[in-house]
Design a binder for this molecule. Structure first.
Ligand code: 5GP
Length: 212
């Protein structure tokens, strides 16, 4: 059974870089490409970072109950399609969901076993600096994102792991460590299956054991 990892972070916390690094390091992960009504930015291409759709199409998908979760973030719709969980299971890959705090809340209710990770910048000043350096947004948008970040961070207690992104290399290592540690959980079916096999090897006939 594949694991579901939820990763949330206020905009500008460096989440996309960390998630990209994680995807490069581990081929056994499947990135959930969300649907959104926002316009593509910079180098973004349809089907890679997001599936870009109209408001009308998105609302039709909501009406057909196609989303596992969906939310409005900064005036645009974002949603996770139900089929991504089946894809992860079919490919035996763990799924990475990059979603906001509202989506994370909905998902935890539907998939209580999902593992959630909250990423944040070390301070408001640092976040403001990173948002300005990105130079993608107007001053007004940056102010809105900073105010939003304060509210989002208040949700941190709902997450299993919290990662302060001081520098990309360390934070990338830590994020990968979380994924690797989760795969070693005692109750995980793959761990249980492996130990059962080892245990079975101990069940050799007593005569053989005597010889050792
Ligand atoms: P951006 O427009 O900067 O790519 O993303 C804005 C926010 O929307 C980010 O916090 C991102 O995690 C969130 N987001 C992206 N995809 C989804 C989704 O499918 N569902 C929800 N709830 N949030 C999403």
């Amino acid at each position: 059974m594949s694991r579901i990892f939820i990763i949330s972070a206020p905009s500008g916390s460096g989440k996309s870089t960390l998630v990209n690094n994680l995807m490069e390091r581990d081929r056994n992960l499947l990135f959930s490409v969300s649907y959104t009504t926002r316009q593509p930015r910079g180098q973004e291409r349809d089907g890679e970072q997001y599936r870009f759709v109209t408001r009308e199409s998105f609302e039709q998908m909501i009406a057909r109950d196609e989303f596992l979760e969906h939310a409005q973030v900064f005036g645009n719709y974002y949603g996770t399609h139900r089929e991504v969980i089946d894809q992860g299971a079919a490919q035996s890959r763990d799924v990475i969901l990059d979603i906001d705090v509202q989506g994370a809340r909905q998902l935890r209710r539907k998939i209580p076993d999902a593992i959630s990770i909250f990423i944040l910048a070390p301070s408001r000043e640092e976040l403001a600096k990173r948002l300005r350096a990105r130079s993608e947004d107007s001053d007004e948008t940056i102010a809105r994102r900073l105010a939003g970040a304060g509210r989002e961070i208040e949700d941190y207690a709902q997450y299993d792991y919290v990662l302060v992104n001081e520098d990309v290399a360390t934070a990338s290592d830590l994020l990968y460590s979380i994924v690797k540690a989760e795969r070693l959980r005692r109750e995980s079916p793959s761990v249980t299956a492996r130990v059962e096999k080892i245990l079975a090897s101990f069940a050799a006939p007593a005569s053989e054991r005597h010889m050792e």
